[in-house]
Design a protein around this ligand. Structure first.
Ligand SMILES: Cc1cc2nc3c(=O)[nH]c(=O)nc-3n(C[C@H](O)[C@H](O)[C@H](O)COP(=O)(O)OP(=O)(O)OC[C@H]3O[C@@H](n4cnc5c(N)ncnc54)[C@H](O)[C@@H]3O)c2cc1C
Length: 602
């Protein structure tokens, strides 16, 4: 195997260097090492190659702090100044190694909005639903559920509309669902929510089933490493350096007229070595950033590429002023209501975790036959609701949005180009909030009373720490800093109360414990939400967004960073607008497209 743990095992230069061996980085590395057998690729990954059944077992998905960065966010002004743990993967496979394996896609409208925000050129270059669908398909192999499981659980799907590729990541339905799943889905339908046969064909609104990123033969996690690294690790043109951090991109003078600088390689430092000195590795073709939404901006900023004020504060010479780097952070704010089901006779996950005999039986089923409740990951269905399903005040909300000045709720220092991009986003969001074919809230089914806000208006930042640029980044989610988000969220949580009044949900005897009877009026909700909501459903995007420079964009339609030759970004940070879905399948699709762009350019 070509795993390297020390600088001494490396060549002095590679054709391609990829910073980050996570979801997107491993996908691109696999494609490049396959397309160019005579070109060399180095992936530099902060975390380790971990062989643990905890990673592979679906039900054991709670992110283990050993495998995740544990960054503290800055105090959040919109959330009563609370600060939160920012959890992102720190392991070969990145977030795909620790995520909940919910493997869905957003609506067609969500991806078409990327082109609306970034502009016609981006649409023409395939940054739209139609342009991305082939990459969604290419990235996965979908195995339809067995007939017995379809009959038993009511799984629906449309393989033709959504799948058809033979990619290395496996998408499948587990051979188990708790009985309550059916009942909880029925209750949504009683509220008039439409049932979709398939969400992944562009219709991700209503109630629908979605697969897990899971190997149907072994019922184990399918992720960046199992899909894109293990099967190809012995390629002689592929080196993976673990336990090392890319601190910055080495920039040299450009040999092209399009940019003043050109990426020549990266500076790397060992993660463990105390006071370890950094060393350089050079790239003959390209440097590719895949460190994720939380870490890619830091690599750019430390290299002198970013907002002038941020770089100046950190005493870094600005080489390329690119105001969008680290701005435009978006995530799905997560709420959690708690109910006591006084009349629930159906067994559920809590019973399993509380009862040793049930747990032992589940473990036996899983280890002997790959069946039973331990084949379940984070869940396989949800209600994804457009605004019109949630409230009859949507036109008033959209009017209030139209009346807003885009600059009112962004930090004062926001560059005019970033403001311009935000203004385009608000226009696109007005359309999405008005649409009956794009979801504004997700209510995952079977995970308690969770609620995820899919169309946030507030924008955050991820910048280097001016006092120590090499330390963890300063993350400001800035959740609810646009006050309309609070209004929208209030409608979203109230929906749960309606849900639990449906005849089917009532059979469970739900008693709301949190927030409980004390929260009744709009004013009560407005006070409760900032105390109770967390800023992230682990889906950060947007900090090196696709878009023209004049709209705060960081990368062009070919994912190249403005002002620097031979440098691209391929991870979740390029999404200009957060889609209404868990983000991993979109990351794989973007990475597949990125690989095609890089291969095409060569
Ligand atoms: C706990 C959790 C649950 C989630 N649940 C789901 C889910 O159920 N469904 C879903 O679709 N999505 C889910 N997601 C989100 C999804 O997994 C991510 O959006 C996606 O995997 C991000 O891919 P990426 O390539 O952008 O970044 P990552 O996969 O995070 O890869 C970045 C890699 O870069 C490395 N790195 C960082 N900085 C450096 C550096 N300076 N030098 C070298 N290496 C570096 C990191 O260690 C990491 O391995 C979840 C995420 C988390 C954290």
């Amino acid at each position: 195997f070509q795993i390297k743990r020390h600088a001494s095992g490396l060549a002095t230069s590679y054709d391609y260097i990829i910073a980050g061996g996570g979801t997107s980085g491993l996908t691109v590395a696999d494609r490049l090492t396959s397309a160019f057998p005579t070109r060399s690729v180095l992936v530099v990954e902060y975390g380790q190659l971990v062989n643990s059944s905890v990673i592979l077992t679906p039900a054991a998905t709670v992110p283990d702090p050993r495998y995740a960065f544990q960054i503290r966010s800055q105090p959040e002004p919109g959330l009563n100044n609370r600060s939160f743990t920012v959890t992102v993967g720190k392991i070969v496979g990145g977030c795909s190694a620790i995520n909940a394996q919910m493997f869905d896609r957003g609506s067609a409208a969500d991806y078409d909005a990327w082109g609306d925000v970034a502009g016609e050129e981006y649409k023409r270059e395939g940054w739209s639903w139609e342009g991305l669908l082939p990459y969604f398909k290419k990235s996965v192999t979908f195995t339809p559920p067995a007939k017995e499981a379809v009959d038993r659980f009511g799984y629906t799907f449309d393989a033709e509309a959504a799948y058809g590729g033979n990619g290395s990541i496996q998408a499948s339905y587990p051979p188990f669902q708790w009985q309550s799943e059916k009942l909880l889905r029925t209750a949504w339908k009683e509220l008039g929510v439409k049932e979709q046969q398939e969400g992944a064909g562009g219709d991700a609104y209503g109630v629908f089933w979605f697969p897990s990123s899971q190997d149907p033969k072994t019922q184990t996690r399918s992720y960046g490493r199992t899909g894109h690294y293990d099967p190809v690790a012995d390629r002689s043109n592929y080196h993976l350096l673990v336990g090392h951090k890319v601190t910055e991109v080495i920039l040299g003078a450009s040999d092209s007229d399009n940019s003043a600088f050109q990426a020549r390689g990266v500076k790397i430092v060992s993660v463990d070595g105390k006071n370890a000195s950094s060393f350089d590795v050079f790239s003959k073709q390209e440097v590719i950033l895949a460190a994720g939404t939380i870490h890619t901006p830091g690599i750019l900023q430390r290299s002198g590429i970013g907002p002038a004020d941020v770089l100046k504060a950190a005493n870094i010479t600005t080489k390329v002023e690119l105001p969008g780097v680290g701005q435009n952070l978006q995530d799905h704010a997560l709420g959690n209501l708690f109910y006591n089901m006084t009349n629930n006779t159906l067994p559920g996950p809590i019973d399993m975790y509380m009862n040793r005999t049930l747990m032992e039986e589940a473990q036996r089923q899983y280890s002997q036959n790959h069946t039973g409740p331990l084949t379940l990951s984070g869940g396989n269905s949800g209600a994804f609701l457009p605004l019109s399903t949630i409230t009859n005040t949507s036109s008033a909300i959209i009017s209030a949005l139209t009346a807003q000045s885009p600059s009112s709720y962004l930090p004062n220092s926001t560059h005019p180009t970033v403001l311009e991009g935000y203004s385009r986003q608000l226009d696109a969001l007005k359309d999405l909030l008005s649409s009956n074919a794009a979801a504004v809230f997700e209510y995952p089914i079977g995970s308690g009373a969770l609620i995820s806000f899919l169309k946030p208006l507030s924008r955050g930042t991820v910048n280097i720490d001016p006092t120590d640029p090499l330390a963890g980044p300063l993350v400001n989610y800035r959740t609810f800093t646009n006050p309309l988000d609070l209004t929208l969220y209030q409608h979203g949580v109230k929906m749960f109360r309606r849900y639990y009044t449906t005849p089917t949900a009532q059979t469970l005897g739900p008693v709301e414990l949190i927030p409980g009877a004390a929260v009744q009026t709009d004013e009560d909700w407005m006070k409760w939400l900032p105390k109770s909501i967390s800023p992230s459903f682990y889906h950060p995007v947007g900090t090196a967004a696709l878009g023209p420079k004049s709209r705060g964009g960081v990368v062009g339609p070919d994912l190249r960073v403005y002002g620097v030759g031979r440098l691209r970004v391929v991870d979740a940070s390029v999404m200009p607008l957060i889609p209404g879905t868990h983000t991993s399948s979109t990351v794989y699709a973007v990475a597949e497209k990125a690989a095609d762009l890089i291969i095409g350019a060569a």
